[in-house]
Design a protein around this ligand. Structure first.
Ligand code: SF4
Length: 353
């Protein structure tokens, strides 16, 4: 089984692989960066971030020495910011525990923060040619179709079953190329929708194709529960053009990023009600003027739908004991969520105030 699969796969890969900046990379630090960036990001968007990161932080030690705000600023726009915080924390561990040299065994790599089974296998095989099979979403899809496997890929049993099968199929003499090939084939040929099965090199063996079940596989057991949140952002500016900012600290979305003063409500609320909330009274003096109400923004995250609106307010002074303020001209220095970035791109704050 191993040989027909691996032979066909690597032959296809040699002829069809995309030329990506991390493709022939053997530096584990750069492989790690690319893998973390690509976890929840498409290649087209991730490439420029990868290039920016390796230009600014060419080695783990450079990343470790950066401050967190700087790292988050460079990450701005990619989303899932825990990835950036984990990268930064792990770079510090590599610097302190491994003298800045990326560890070279699967076990040591797997023990690093933010690195799971898949990423540890990818780094150890691509960088060190160690025989650990990768199983990412593309591999789950390909294997479930090719071998007609119904076990849900998000169950504990399914994870073990697919990992065991991937291990069995792995070309142990050439794990780096085999792993890259299986992921490339899954993402570029055995695509989620309408794969070109008629021209697939595996169609004579593929159980899903032979039994007309390509659309059904892979199977997932859990449905993601989505919650709705209503975010009312008060962009409060004083007479000296200082604007109030909050650095998100809780274990919630966007930890470590900055935002305008947020009043979250259980449902959509009117502006009159917003101005009467105790949270609003905490920051605004009695004399203030509404300068601008934004359009409604809907921002979709994997488990949350966010409904947001921004209100630009001019007040004689801002009441704030704990929050940060910034001059409007300096907002570019702060890392914001993609949602706030969209608002800032849509509206010229300097013009409004
Ligand atoms: S025949 Fe279709 S479903 Fe089967 S491996 Fe090829 S592309 Fe995927």
């Amino acid at each position: 089984m191993e040989s027909w699969f691996s032979k066909g796969l690597t032959k296809w890969y040699k002829q069809n692989k995309r030329d990506l900046p991390w493709r022939s990379e053997t530096d584990p630090y750069k492989i790690w960066l690319s893998e973390i960036i690509l976890q929840q990001t498409q290649v087209a968007q991730g490439t420029s971030y990868y290039l920016k990161f390796i230009a600014k932080y060419p080695k783990a030690g450079n990343l470790a020495s950066a401050n967190e705000d700087e790292v988050l600023k460079l990450w701005q726009g990619l989303g899932y910011y825990s990835r950036a915080r984990n990268l930064h924390a792990t770079a510090k561990i590599i610097k302190s525990n491994y003298a800045g040299v990326f560890p070279s065994t699967y076990e040591e790599i797997r023990a690093l923060k933010g690195i799971g089974d898949y990423t540890a296998s990818a780094i150890s095989s691509f960088a060190y040619n160690l025989p650990f099979a990768v199983v990412d979403g593309n591999v789950y899809r390909l294997l479930s179709r090719l071998f007609g496997i119904d076990t849900p890929i998000d169950s504990g049993v399914g994870k073990k079953e697919f990992q065991a099968l991937a291990n069995e199929l792995l070309d142990k003499k050439n794990p780096a190329e085999h792993n890259q090939a299986i992921m490339e084939f899954g993402s570029q040929f055995c695509k989620p929708n309408n794969p070109d099965c008629e021209n697939c090199i595996f169609n004579s063996k593929c159980l899903a194709f032979k039994t007309n079940r390509v659309k059904e596989l892979p199977i997932k057991s859990k449905k993601i529960k989505i919650s709705n949140r209503f975010l009312n952002y008060v962009v409060i500016v004083d007479k000296n053009n200082n604007v109030l900012l909050n650095k998100r600290a809780e274990s919630d979305i966007w930890k470590g990023l900055y935002e305008f003063y947020l009043i979250e409500s259980k449902k959509e609320i009117s502006i009159d009600k917003l101005f009467k909330t105790p949270e609003f009274n905490k920051i605004a003096t009695s004399k203030f003027k509404l300068l601008h109400s934004s359009k409604n923004y809907k921002h979709i995250l994997s488990h949350q739908h966010l409904y947001a609106k921004f209100y630009v307010i001019k007040a004689a002074s801002i009441i704030s004991n704990t929050l940060t303020t910034s001059k409007i001209n300096n907002l570019n220095n702060f890392a914001f969520s993609r949602l706030t970035e969209k608002f800032l791109n849509d509206c010229d704050l300097k013009e409004i105030v």
